[in-house]
Ligand binder design. Structure first.
Ligand code: GLV
Ligand code: MN
Ligand code: MN
Length: 423
């Protein structure tokens, strides 16, 4: 007998709309930044939805909302490694309603859909709403998944934020004990598999008219802060050839970053997200400037080369302009391939359901990149309309979310029935 797993479109619609009401109204679009009041309130809603779906829920030492659906094996005293799925519910400032949220609410609906289909898993299924996946004022992303994976470090806790306190202090004020967050590791080989459902956030699936993306790898990210120190002078009286303009030097660096992205042979992108100049007056040649930029690729060799080339170009241009410069690399995250056996399972589940699928790289970062420390890891993408994300226009059709949840649930069933997943 074929069992049909039927995710409920109206639940997904109303749960997404409900979570979207938890937003900081002082910004456009949807803004639910980690550690903010709307974020704290919204996670109560997530925890309650997990409970309604029959999960035991707790907040772990890393501030993650963790729901556990006990499997059949546990009831008969057999200890099996759990399956895990999840994502995040924080947003970027002026962001959208789907990035991360689909993976959390979709996982909860997968649990409901399995129950309605009469399918009980042998293994426990753990659903996680990870704390703060998006980069924050402390320059760190994926705080909760890092904590669970054991890669949150004391150095991270010392990172200063723009509001003048360290990450450790901010976590403490939010109610997460930073010292416990450092000791939250599940350890290697602790989960049978981790699967994350996420919107693509780019245009590839839509362009190809394909329903499901089987993620091949999550891009590595190198973030840099470049500081330029020139000389303040009168903007009217100082000849153009007698200036040490920190801002034009920073502008040249912005273009050097862009050139690297444009020259990437396979998958590579480069972005400057912020530029600052001081003293910031019309009539003063800028004395200080800073840029905040990042390079991303699934190709580690390109990423390493690009990192070196950008630093060299910045140094050479600064020297030419008589400006002092300092490049600081803030974070580096290597590219993380997904586990080949899990790609096969996701592709097979999609095929069984009659859905079109294709292999895609992820240019975006994800909690999944850290979950790889705990066991096999895979990701399912669904289309983003117009490829838009990290903006209010971010949108994914409910029909696509339903199919994504169906693939997630079917993949979990397949994995539950697979004894050993090849690394
Ligand atoms: C997270 O969304 C990232 O890719 O920056
Ligand atoms: Mn995001
Ligand atoms: Mn995300």
């Amino acid at each position: 007998m074929t069992v049909t797993i039927d995710p409920d479109a109206s639940f997904l619609d109303s749960a997404l709309a409900d979570l979207a009401t938890y937003t900081d109204d002082s910004f456009d679009g949807w803004t639910r930044e980690v550690l903010s009041d709307p974020y704290r309130a919204s996670r109560e809603v997530v925890a309650n939805r997990m409970r309604q779906a029959g999960m035991e829920v707790h907040i772990d030492a890393g501030g993650n909302v963790v729901g556990r659906l006990p499997g059949r094996a546990a009831a008969s005293g057999v200890n099996l490694k759990p399956l895990m799925t999840g994502s995040h519910t924080d947003t970027v400032r002026n962001g959208g309603r789907f990035d991360g949220i689909v993976g959390v609410l979709g996982a909860i609906e997968a649990v409901e859909a399995l129950r309605r289909a009469g399918i009980e898993l042998e293994r426990d299924l753990v659903v996680v709403d990870f704390l703060g996946e998006e980069p924050n004022e402390f320059g760190i992303s994926c705080m909760g998944s890092r904590s669970m994976a054991g890669v949150l470090t004391p150095e991270h806790l010392e990172l200063p934020g723009t509001s003048g306190i360290t990450l450790g202090k901010a976590l403490e004020r939010y109610g997460v004990d930073p010292n416990r967050a450092l000791k939250n590791s599940w350890g290697p080989d602790s989960v049978h598999a981790y699967i994350e459902l996420h919107i693509e956030q780019g245009p590839m699936l839509e362009r190809a008219g394909t329903q499901i993306g089987v993620v091949t790898a999550i891009a590595g990210i190198d973030r840099l802060l470049a500081r330029f120190t020139g000389r303040a002078d009168h903007a009217g009286a100082t000849p153009m050839d007698a200036r040490q303009d920190a801002l034009t030097c920073a502008a040249a660096a912005v273009l050097a970053v862009e050139r690297e992205g444009c020259g990437a042979p396979v998958h590579g992108v480069a972005t400057t997200g912020r530029i600052e100049a001081f003293p910031g007056s019309f009539n003063v040649v800028p004395q200080e400037a800073r840029i905040y930029a990042e390079l991303r690729s699934t190709d580690a060799a390109w990423l390493n080369g690009a990192k070196r080339r950008v630093a060299d170009e910045i140094a050479a241009e600064a020297e030419r302009r008589g400006v002092a410069q300092m490049v600081e690399w803030l974070t580096d995250q290597d590219p993380v391939p997904t586990t080949p056996a899990l790609r096969d399972h996701i592709a097979a589940a999609s095929g069984d359901l009659g859905l079109s699928w294709m292999a895609v790289p992820s240019g975006a970062g994800h909690d999944a990149a850290h979950m790889v420390h705990m066991g096999p890891m895979g990701m399912i993408f669904i289309p983003s309309v117009g490829g838009r994300s990290h903006c209010p226009e971010e949108f994914t059709d409910t029909r696509d979310i339903v199919e994504g949840v169906r693939v997630l649930a079917a993949t979990l069933v397949r994995l539950d029935r697979t004894d050993k997943i090849a690394a």
